[in-house]
Write a protein that binds this ligand. Structure first.
Ligand code: SAH
Length: 290
């Protein structure tokens, strides 16, 4: 492995030089703080481009010869870069490079990237997600809790509406559970594109549709089950219009907020009964009945 660090933005040059030596994994260790409201809250103003982050990479190669040739090439073309060669045991780099990209278990589901598919006979419903900019790879506590709550619901003939579908993970999960008709909407065209890409990797019923839509401006058709993994702010300010999207006798799964916000969210959905509350890493998910 190579440890590379530099304080300007020569990232593209470094990756161009390293690319000639077939690295097996590149880990970017630079810290990039999240803006307030997270990356997916459109109620905040557009996020300005971040300032150039100091480059801080660990790069793994399959053998030491390749690594040392890459180090020599970097030192020759980018002398101001600090580069250090480190030997790792075989399993170690493999474990590190795959850690962030592994399949994740939640309730009756496994969310898996295409390169970490579980065995065919696994006793779980597998959702394949192509990791991209779209939120919802199963690596966030709120997505996992929504999947856990969804696992317990009988959606066989229900209609399902997924507000803020992101990668499409919750919509696909609901579609795989039964004959339900599912609509996943998102304000963001890129999210819908990534949801459609992932949908092609799964064998889904044709009762699932994705659509670019802001539910605050354009009300979708009400459904028996409404899923909304958004933000505490949006759930509170749009509670009335969201509640109107749940059919009488229907249910909601809400997440995307923490302990400091939960009381305001619950108060916004005063016409509902709280059936279950999950907590993970300070995040909360609720199952509400109408
Ligand atoms: N449902 C996924 C993704 C949640 S991230 C999961 O559980 O992992 C929240 C998503 O909501 C983002 O993709 C964001 O673009 C979308 N979103 C935020 N406000 C919205 C709105 N008013 N209407 C539709 N989508 C919205």
């Amino acid at each position: 492995m190579l440890r590379a660090a530099v304080v300007d933005d020569s990232e593209e040059l470094v990756s161009a030089v390293i690319a000639d030596f077939s690295p097996v994994a590149i880990h970017d260790l630079a810290e990039r703080p999240l803006p307030p409201g997270g990356l997916w809250d459109p109620t905040y103003p557009p996020i300005p481009d971040p300032p150039p982050t100091p480059l801080h990479w660990n790069v793994c190669f399959s053998d030491a010869r390749e690594r040392d040739s890459a180090a020599a090439a970097i030192r020759a073309s980018l002398p101001h870069l600090s580069v250090e060669s480190v030997d790792l045991p075989d399993e170690d780099w493999a474990a590190r490079s795959q850690a962030a990209l592994k399949a994740v278990h939640a309730g009756r589901f496994i969310v898996a990237p295409p390169w970490d598919l579980p065995a065919e006979d696994v006793a779980a419903t597998v959702i394949v997600i192509e990791p991209s900019m779209g939120f919802g790879t199963g690596h966030h506590a709120t997505t996992r809790m929504c999947l856990r709550l969804l696992s317990e619901i009988d959606v066989a003939d229900a209609t399902v509406l997924d507000l803020g579908t992101g990668s499409g993970v919750l919509s696909m999960a609901a579609a795989l559970m039964g004959k339900s008709s599912v609509v996943g909407i998102d304000i963001d065209q890129d999210a819908i594109d990534s949801a459609e890409t992932s949908a092609r990797l799964n064998t889904l019923p044709d009762t699932l549709a994705f659509q670019v839509l802001d539910f605050r401006n354009d009300a979708p058709k009400p459904a028996d089950l409404v899923l909304a993994n958004l933000t505490g702010g949006m759930l509170t300010s749009s509670a009335a219009s969201m509640a109107a999207l749940v059919r009488p006798g229907g249910q909601m799964i809400l997440s995307g907020f923490d302990h400091t916000e939960v009381d305001r969210v619950v108060a916004g959905f005063a016409g509902f009964t709280e059936a279950e509350r999950l907590t993970e890493d300070n995040w909360i998910a609720l199952l509400l009945h109408r």
